[in-house]
Design a protein around this ligand. Structure first.
Ligand code: NIG
Ligand code: FE
Length: 411
């Protein structure tokens, strides 16, 4: 038994058992001066005047804020090497697409990731998992996509499975074999798509190595027709669908996500209002990644305000990856969302906890602090949740619990 006492605010996110849209996103279900009780890996109660069971281990939160661990619903955490050099080139004026066209970008990370052993990748990914925890993130959706051969994709997916199995972090695996056309298939995109559909996907499904399939849908990478082909095949093998769409141009990716009834449509920087309406009608959750806009650098932020006001159950995520968004920090995302997209802290916290959990089909286990949920709890060293985005550039997580187990502590 564990009792977390003296929380200035407990952000319970209690409410309907589904993702939230519109004004609902501003209701964090706050309990002031509260206590959370945990038995083994589950929450048994959260309330203001709870009796502390005899023999419970007491953690005094000291007037700090407790909330669910962040759920980061879009990350690329298994890769080798860094692309700090490309970031400098972008700052100096080169575009992400230009760098990619001359063999940099995703393909440069692919070369380094292929050269790494599974154990080396596991060590890098474990380091990334620790970074997520210290930022207050307890669940990540984790994509492959830097292997682009059968063996190198499976290698990445096994690393993701091991992160989760060894309890380093909760990780939901997504197969992203169609992240880029690899060097050896340049000019033969169609043949690479066949490899993904006929060989990689069936093997991934047979070995139960992924819950979702994702595609980078962008003119010049994988077009709408190729994306549809891959994702229909994934669906027929029982995988859920997530998509990178309309990031660098509007290619009607949102409409395709709606047509395919994807779980999520991610990025959406260039999506028009018809695209947003299509997502709403189809019940597809938008996943916005403002870290990628910030780092390109660009000022083309997606239209989060309309999405929230139109009632879409918005998700915000880091897009943690070595190119467009090398941050594991969800509080940084909250801050960028506030100043660049006018998203309130309450809305952003809903988008990065309960809404993100439902987008990963995990809403019954994580994302809120309610009795019966897993005790993925973060105590932040702030007296009021609005400080998370306001005091930016430092991490506020002070104690992090994963299933009731203390996995990060800072003093
Ligand atoms: O979500 N756009 C495609 N994929 C990633 C970038 C990956 C990379 O640059 O390595 C993204 O932004
Ligand atoms: Fe991404």
């Amino acid at each position: 038994m564990l009792a977390i006492t003296n929380c200035s605010q407990i952000l319970t996110l209690r409410g309907p058992a589904r993702a939230r849209g519109g004004a609902e996103m501003r209701d964090l279900g706050i309990i002031e001066n509260g206590t959370i009780l945990v038995d083994d890996e589950q929450i048994t109660a959260a309330g203001a005047a709870l009796k502390i069971p005899r023999g419970a281990e007491v953690i005094d939160a000291g007037g700090r804020v407790a909330m669910p661990g962040f759920v980061d619903a879009h990350t690329h955490p298994v890769f080798a090497g860094s692309r700090a050099d490309e970031f400098e080139q972008r700052v100096a004026g080169a575009s992400y697409a230009e760098i990619a066209a001359r063999g940099g970008g995703i393909r440069s990370t692919v070369r380094k990731t292929r050269a790494a052993t599974e154990q080396q990748l596991f060590e890098v990914a474990s380091r990334h998992a620790r970074l997520f925890l210290r930022c207050g993130t307890t669940t990540i959706e984790a994509k492959s996509g830097y292997g682009l051969t059968m063996n190198d994709e499976l290698k990445q997916l096994r690393v993701i499975r091991r992160l989760d199995a060894e309890g380093l972090i909760r990780a939901v695996p997504t197969f992203l074999g169609a992240h880029e056309v690899p060097d050896e298939y340049r000019g033969r995109t169609r043949e690479y798509v066949e490899l993904v559909v006929r060989e990689m996907l069936p093997r991934v499904a047979e070995q139960s190595l992924a819950e979702y399939c994702d595609v980078f849908c962008e003119p010049g990478i994988f077009g709408v027709l190729e994306t549809r082909l891959i994702l229909q095949a994934a669906r027929s093998l029982g995988l859920g669908i997530r998509m990178h769409v309309d990031q660098l141009s509007d290619s009607n990716g949102a409409a395709l996500a709606a047509e395919l009834q994807a779980a999520t449509a991610d990025h959406l920087e260039c999506t028009d209002s018809a695209g947003i309406a299509a997502l709403r009608e189809a019940g597809v959750q938008p996943v916005l990644l403002p870290g990628a806009t910030y780092m390109l650098p660009s000022d083309a932020y997606p239209d989060a305000r309309s999405m929230i006001d139109d009632g879409l159950p918005l998700v915000l995520a880091t897009d943690f990856n070595p190119g467009s968004s090398p941050t594991p920090s969800m509080t940084m995302i909250l801050s960028i969302a506030a100043t660049q997209m006018r998203v309130l802290s309450s809305e952003a916290i809903t988008a990065t906890t309960v809404n993100a959990a439902y987008s990963l089909n995990r809403g019954d286990r994580i994302g809120t602090l309610e009795a019966g949920k897993l005790a993925d709890i973060v105590i932040h060293d702030v007296p009021d949740y609005r400080e998370l985005a306001y005091v930016f550039g430092i991490e506020h997580a002070w104690r992090v619990f994963l299933g009731g187990r203390l996995v990060f502590s800072r003093e």
